[in-house]
Design a protein around this ligand. Structure first.
Ligand code: MF3
Ligand code: CO
Ligand code: CO
Length: 284
């Protein structure tokens, strides 16, 4: 689908009146509401669902083939091969100068780890593989953690509790709630487990572009920030640290984010559609 086709759908499939009315009511109460361009229409949603199916296929393929001893470049190769053979595109490739097709972030790397022929996976590593797929003009964005061989109990717990953070964030992503409710749910749980939440990066609107509004902090105050309106498609992608929350960026590649204290970090991500009755995960 061309960009123009996608834009035309905003006119041919208008937002239903009862949604517009509820938005107006909340706007009068001082709430922050999304621009109508952030409300995906049925044909958009169909397209994002299809992108999501391929994205899930990519991560399933990685899951089947990831192993100790391989390089992170080989993960990139798998992602490219699977994506292209399904007539889709890897969104990261050359995005704002990013050099590879997927992000592979190991242990103390928080996100945006760049695949390399020189980086090998070792027994006991944890790795996040973050994959964004474009199909027919539509985007889906998801990431998973993989545990390589025999992983320490501390790392295993971090990976599992971070998945729990994502699940709780998704549960909080209800229609007419706010983005602050999602961040609140995540940071409250992470704190209760003794972990910290990365602040500098967050979730985002997605579907027609790679990173759309709103920015979604994984730390939030209940009832604050943009209202979640049915038709919004967002990612939730908490980055959770064992140690302190601070991060640093790689001064050489200017992409990779590490924990400042060198301790481990984990992340899981899904693309979520807000519906009138709850939400749907479009990436599984
Ligand atoms: N997939 C990441 C996200 O979840 C963004 C990666 S940008 C890239 O938003 F250029 F590093 F790929
Ligand atoms: Co994302
Ligand atoms: Co992502």
């Amino acid at each position: 689908m061309s960009e123009a086709d996608i834009q035309r759908i905003f006119e041919t499939e208008p937002v239903p009146d009862h949604i517009l009315e509820k938005m107006e009511e909340l706007r009068k109460k001082g709430k922050e509401l999304p621009d109508l361009s952030l409300l995906k229409r049925p044909s958009h949603i169909q397209g994002i669902i299809e992108a999501g199916r391929i994205n899930t296929g990519v991560l399933d393929e990685v899951a089947a083939r990831i192993h100790a001893g391989m390089t992170t470049q080989e993960i990139d190769d798998i992602v490219v091969e699977y994506t292209h053979s399904h007539n889709a595109i890897c969104a990261p490739y050359h995005f704002e100068g990013y050099p590879k097709s997927v992000c592979t972030s190991v242990n103390e790397e928080v996100c945006h780890g760049i695949p390399s022929r020189h980086k090998r996976l070792h027994d006991g590593d944890i790795i996040n593989v973050d994959c964004t797929t474009i199909y027919n003009g539509y985007y889906a964005d998801a990431s998973r953690m993989f545990m390589i061989g025999d992983v320490s109990p501390q790392r295993k717990r971090l990976v599992e509790e971070t998945m729990k953070c994502l699940e709780l964030g998704i549960q909080a992503a209800q229609p007419w709630a706010t983005v602050g409710d999602i961040g609140y749910a995540i940071s409250k749980y992470a704190g209760s487990r003794g972990y910290t939440v990365v602040r500098e990066l967050g979730g985002h609107g997605v579907g027609i572009g790679f990173h759309e509004d709103p920015f979604l902090s994984h730390i939030g105050k209940r009832g604050t920030g943009m209202v979640l309106v049915p038709g919004m498609v967002i990612t939730i992608e908490p980055m959770i640290n064992i140690g302190k929350a601070g991060v640093v960026i790689d001064p050489y590649n200017e992409w990779t984010i590490y924990t400042k204290d060198g301790k481990d970090s984990a992340q899981w991500e899904h693309t979520i559609l807000i519906t009138e009755t709850g939400n749907e995960i479009l990436t599984h």
